[in-house]
Design a protein around this ligand. Structure first.
Ligand SMILES: [Zn+2]
Length: 229
């Protein structure tokens, strides 16, 4: 969804993890908590994340369009970049399975703040900014490997999957559970499954339509067709 906005994906052919297998460590909560060097590298990577400067693309706009026509029940995303909200999707409808990078959270006391504040401290010379309240370790409010998804967000996503007419799976390898399992939930409850992804997914056989074209082109067209039908 966000690759057209200049944000690399993780598992695609040019994905972050496909090209640099070692970087997966930076997203592992145990390594993050145990090793100041991992945190230092993580903060540096956050500083350089292209998402801070990224603008939403035609695919984000298409989903805003779908919502304006009253056809969007929920927008379940694994992206942490907040570009759906920046494009104009209602925050109430966006279910961020993996959290977001705009907020930070202290693993000690749970206090939330803005990641931009932590990055300002980074610019001022701190390499691993700690919680100003309790001195605990700070991280972005994202779900790292080794952390559970927020049960409330996951329940809301499953609820939406149970009650939708069409489940549109866009730009996902559908290889990571429990998110991928939402396709099963939707189909079991009678929804049509539409998949838009450059590569094959394990759910292609269940889908009533599989589109392999680039998302920026195919999603706006698909949304036009859904709105017209
Ligand atoms: Zn704290």
């Amino acid at each position: 969804m966000s690759t057209d906005s200049g944000i690399p994906d993780f598992r695609g052919p040019n994905g972050v993890w496909t090209r640099n297998p070692g970087t997966e460590k930076l997203f592992d909560i145990d390594h993050y908590l145990a090793d100041p060097e991992v945190r230092r590298r993580s903060w540096s990577a956050r500083r350089q994340n292209p998402a801070w400067e990224a603008e939403p693309n035609a695919a984000h706009a298409a989903l805003v369009d779908l919502e304006r026509h009253g056809h969007l029940r929920a927008l379940v995303t694994q992206n942490i970049d907040r570009l759906h909200q920046k494009a104009g999707s209602s925050p109430d409808l966006v279910l961020e399975l993996h959290g977001n990078m705009v907020e930070s959270i202290c693993v000690g006391c749970g206090t939330r703040g803005l990641t931009s504040d932590a990055l300002e401290r980074l610019d001022a010379g701190e390499e691993d900014p700690a919680c100003l309240g309790c001195g605990g370790i700070l991280k972005t409010a994202t779900v790292m490997f080794g952390q559970s998804l927020d049960p409330g967000v996951l329940a809301a996503a499953a609820e939406a999957a149970r009650h939708c007419d069409v489940f549109l799976a866009v730009g996902t390898s559908l290889m990571v559970h429990p998110a991928a399992g939402l396709c099963d939930v939707a189909v079991r409850h009678g929804a049509q499954l539409l998949i838009v992804n450059a590569q094959e997914t394990p759910y292609d056989p269940l889908a009533s339509l599989v589109v392999r074209e680039p998302i920026g082109v195919s999603l706006p067209r698909l949304v036009d067709e859904l709105v017209a039908s």
